[in-house]
Design a protein around this ligand. Structure first.
Ligand code: AMP
Ligand code: MG
Length: 403
């Protein structure tokens, strides 16, 4: 059986980034850059005042109060484009260009304009360069400021706007079809009859796919029926980059997902992973190129395997440089006794204690079907196989669970 890290590597190796597309900046939040972003100007583009006050020559303020003649006014968007001479000051606003000749700005609170309006007293000496952000001191023209593969967050949107990216090249969003299989399933708006349960995986998989950025199609529920499954998977493949199924991948008599994938000529990359929960996870590719993740049916197994494997493919298709769940270490708050035979991913809740330590609290849960207990999980504690006990107070590794 392959390890979790081997399985993740296989998903990365078998997934290609989709083509890029141009989107308007207002639509770019959360997308992945398909181009490097280059500054088309210095930032700031001119020597800029950081304060409301007076642009002066610092040497003129060495003895205070220093009385200076107000030669003009430089406002944001409407600068004063003459030279400031010795004995002169220019009234200046935040964001306005500092005129030539001036080498410092004294903030208005440390000045007093005389009644005439033509003179100002500088009440405190100003140090050379004070409150001026020099042209290009933040960014130089032609500098690369963001890289292809980065996620466009709110801050990146501002950067793109600043450098004129009215349209930005991003990776196309994968179309992900979600299919829940099992003859016991009924839809959310139905009352389960005898031996039936409501489907929840369709919704959790759709939610996790949405968090990863996918465009989602929820397929009608499929029973444990080879012909029906085949029809649904074949149909969905024509319009999807990825199909994520749940259920029917174990060794039960009515577990048909793998049979159907093989009948459809899929290449199976793995069908068992040394993982708890989620051992029977399947990863395959149909002849037309659509990737298939056949996840187990238990709701917690679904959440774990979706985020470990399917999410990697969804992010890689969008061109993300980072495709794995964000990892970290935390202090364990309670003893745990994991199963020894496989690597375990145990639901946990992260918090910070009074000593500013990150704490991982393993959740009390009833196993891979306990999706109510799983709701509070914000992370999964990773326990290597062969570990039979970890004591409270020890450091453990975890991955963040997308929320
Ligand atoms: P399976 O992997 O098909 O053997 O299913 C394992 C367990 O998960 C069974 O108890 C199923 O009833 C349950 N299960 C399967 N699919 C779903 C679903 N879509 N929603 C909720 N539970 C499910
Ligand atoms: Mg089933």
């Amino acid at each position: 059986m392959i390890s979790v890290s081997e399985a993740i590597q296989i998903v990365k190796d078998q997934t290609r980034a989709l083509e890029s597309e141009l989107v308007e900046l207002s639509q770019a939040l959360g997308r992945y850059l398909a181009e490097d972003v280059v500054a088309d100007s210095d930032l700031p583009p001119f020597d800029r005042s950081q304060m409301d006050g007076y642009a002066v020559r610092a040497a003129d303020t060495s003895t205070t109060p220093a009385k200076l003649r107000i030669a003009g006014e430089s406002a944001a968007g409407r600068g004063w484009h003459h030279e400031v001479k010795t004995g002169e000051a220019v009234r200046i606003m935040t964001g306005a260009p500092v005129p030539v000749g001036a080498d410092s700005v004294q903030q208005v609170e440390l000045t007093r304009e005389l009644d005439s309006g033509s003179e100002v007293e500088i009440l405190e000496s100003v140090t050379l360069g004070r409150s001026i952000v020099k042209r290009g001191s933040e960014i130089k023209k032609s500098q690369t400021v963001l890289r292809a593969g980065e996620r466009i967050n709110a801050g990146a949107v501002a950067v793109l706007a600043s450098f004129g990216y009215a349209n930005v090249k991003v990776g196309r969003l994968p179309r992900v079809a979600i299919l829940a299989t099992g003859s016991e399933l009924v839809k959310v708006d139905q009352q389960p009859g005898q031996d039936q349960i409501r489907d929840s995986n369709n919704f959790s998989n759709s939610a996790y796919a949405a968090l990863a950025g996918a465009t989602i199609e929820r397929l009608p529920l499929a029973g444990d029926d080879i012909a029906q499954l085949k029809r649904q998977i074949e149909g969905a493949a024509e319009r999807s980059d990825i199909i994520v199924t749940s259920g029917g991948v174990s060794v039960g008599r009515y577990d048909f997902t793998k049979t159907v994938l093989k009948d459809l000529g899929a290449e199976i990359f793995f069908e068992r992973v040394a993982l708890r929960p989620g051992k029977p996870a399947v990863f395959a590719r149909l002849p037309n190129g659509t990737l298939v993740f056949g996840l187990p049916g238990n709701p917690v197994s679904v959440s774990v395997t979706f985020n470990l494997f399917a999410r990697v493919a969804i992010l890689k298709m969008q061109g993300s440089a980072e495709t794995e769940l964000e990892a970290g270490t935390a202090v364990l708050s309670k003893n745990i006794k994991p199963a020894k035979d496989r690597e375990s991913y145990l639901p946990a809740r992260l918090s910070t204690n009074e000593n500013a330590q990150l704490i991982a609290e393993p959740l009390k849960w009833g196993g891979s079907s306990d999706f109510v207990g799983f709701v509070r999980a914000t992370a999964l504690i990773i326990v290597p196989s062969g570990t039979h006990k970890i004591d409270a107070g020890r450091l453990v590794e975890f991955v963040h669970l997308p929320q």
